[in-house]
Design a protein around this ligand. Structure first.
Ligand SMILES: O=C(O)c1cc(C(=O)O)oc(=O)c1
Length: 311
């Protein structure tokens, strides 16, 4: 499973867990047209160098490897989200979009001084959103004035804003997030602490945020990241990550038209284990328990956001 200590000319962060080679075939049959709406490419570093300001150096994870996983799991399309190890240099992600033959859309990271021409070029390659990251271990903070400038620039293109933050930070960010006029997509359910109750004040604030802002969507992703009690999606486990289920299931059932699902391959910065992506797909029917909910989560909703013109 280890892919070596180096990644092109770069040395991986000590303790880095590589993505899982040889994932199983999911038992859960994905509906036709299913979209993996949250995944990344890393490098390869020799071709697309990692950013000087990065907080981690991953193993390589190329577009070809991502598309092989897509086909193996039974997805038809991907949404490739710019990974923080590439900073605001979107070239690896854009290269992957161009190779996908229309089967991938992208979410970019841009700076406030991005030009209209640069945005148009990103749009033409398949980018449909920008990502704002508030997770301190991943990025240095960007002032909200700069983020507001970016929103003004991307709104005319019909793009949305993806936000990644920790549950603890939602109270401070609530007002800014609620002021964003475009669609907003929350990464990984706002990272709830699943040792707390899904009925408690922390998760209730997140649910309130979604209720009060009908333009806010969320990815019900990353049980492998959020789980504390497991069991892990390894060795054929069909009931993995039980502690995450009540959180994700509640969101899917209350907001069936505003949820997305993705693998998060190649799973940056996991510390405990690397999941078998086939078993991760088998997690889906635990949180979207009917064919109708599964169709919305995997096909209709990502289609509306990323392929509104039709597949
Ligand atoms: O929790 C993380 O470490 C993480 C990192 C990144 C990234 O570096 O872009 O993206 C994610 O979706 C999750």
């Amino acid at each position: 499973m280890a892919h070596g200590d180096t990644t092109g000319p770069f040395e991986k962060t000590p303790g880095w867990l590589d993505w899982y080679d040889g994932p199983s075939k999911p038992q859960f049959q994905l509906p036709a047209g299913a979209v993996d709406a949250h995944c990344h490419v890393f490098g390869p570093g020799a071709e697309f160098p990692y950013a000087p300001q990065r907080k981690y150096t991953p193993c390589d994870a190329s577009a070809e490897q991502l598309f092989a996983l897509r086909d193996h799991l039974g997805f038809e399309r991907n949404v490739i989200v710019q990974a923080t190890c590439h900073g605001a240099d979107n070239s690896a992600m854009v290269d992957a979009l161009r190779r996908s033959e229309g089967r991938a859309r992208g979410v970019a990271t841009v700076r406030a001084d991005v030009t209209e021409d640069e945005l148009n070029e990103l749009h033409e390659s398949g980018v449909r959103g920008v990502r704002f990251n508030f997770v301190k271990r991943l990025v240095d903070a960007v002032p909200t004035e700069s983020l507001a400038t970016i929103v003004e620039k991307i709104a005319p293109l019909g793009w949305h804003v993806v936000i990644y933050f920790e549950a603890d930070d939602l109270p401070d960010l609530y007002e800014f997030f609620s002021s964003i006029p475009t669609d907003v997509v929350v990464d990984h359910m706002g990272r709830p602490d699943v040792t707390k109750s899904p009925d408690g004040p922390e998760f209730e604030l997140f649910l309130r945020f979604m209720r009060e802002n009908p333009n806010v969507w969320t990815k019900v992703t990353c049980p492998e990241r959020l789980s504390v009690a497991g069991p892990r999606a390894l060795d054929g486990e069909q009931h993995a990550y039980q502690d995450v289920v009540p959180f994700a299931k509640r969101v899917v059932e209350e907001f069936p038209d505003r949820v997305l699902w993705g693998t998060d391959w190649p799973h940056p910065n996991l510390k405990d284990h690397m999941p078998d992506d086939g078993l991760l797909v088998d997690f889906i029917p635990q949180i979207a328990t009917t064919p109708e909910l599964q169709e919305k989560l995997l096909v209709t909703n990502p289609g509306r956001l990323y392929w509104p013109e039709g597949a």
